[in-house]
Write a protein that binds this ligand. Structure first.
Ligand SMILES: *[C@@H]1O[C@H](CO)[C@@H](O)[C@H](O)[C@H]1NC(C)=O
Ligand SMILES: *[C@@H]1O[C@H](CO)[C@@H](O)[C@H](O)[C@H]1NC(C)=O
Ligand SMILES: *[C@@H]1O[C@H](CO)[C@@H](O)[C@H](O)[C@H]1NC(C)=O
Length: 144
């Protein structure tokens, strides 16, 4: 029969293995953001910082100081002059965005996004600000 001490060791080893195998929440966020980036066109390389580890340091990405979860995505285009836009980001908003379950604010105003927003966006329980004004989206802003 196994001694209790051995059982505890086995339990510890299993727990460590499990946490290594499980993708961490930040790896999932990073993958979701990278999938997002892949589906976008970015002629002025505004998303050039979106690579490597530590997605909380990427431009336009803000994480909660408490939990480390991605809570804000801010990617509005700066206006360079009257009626002139620089660096508009285009493409469709992919459903990978839904992996960012802790999002509170999503601001992609003044860009060149097309298609429609994923329906399930309304299921992100803490998402209170959705700003996609001045894009070329169709369909409705999903609600809860
Ligand atoms: C996190 O902390 C930094 C520095 O203390 C602060 O500037 C920033 O606004 C905080 N971020 C949030 C989302 O509260
Ligand atoms: C939503 O916000 C509340 C309060 O800040 C927090 O306790 C909860 O974990 C958040 N839920 C998600 C899915 O991030
Ligand atoms: C917006 O995207 C379309 C292609 O979908 C492109 O033809 C157009 O030049 C883009 N506009 C801007 C301001 O980048």
């Amino acid at each position: 029969m196994a001694k209790p001490g051995n059982l505890i060791q086995v339990a510890v080893i299993l727990t460590v293995c499990w946490s290594v195998v499980q993708p961490s929440s930040s790896a999932k966020s990073r993958d979701a953001l990278l999938a997002f980036k892949t589906s976008l066109t970015d002629p002025d390389n505004r998303l050039s910082s979106w690579r490597g580890q530590g997605c909380c340091q990427w431009d336009g990405v803000q994480c909660s100081n408490q939990t480390g979860h991605v809570v804000k995505l801010t990617m509005y285009s700066p206006r360079s002059g009257p009626g002139q836009l620089v660096g508009t980001i285009g493409g469709e908003v992919p459903s990978s965005l839904l992996e960012l379950r802790h999002l509170e604010q999503l601001d992609f105003s003044v860009n060149n996004l097309t298609g429609s927003l994923p329906d399930q966006l309304g299921l992100l329980s803490n998402l209170t600000v959705i700003d996609f004004i001045n894009n070329r989206l169709s369909g409705e802003i999903p609600s809860c």
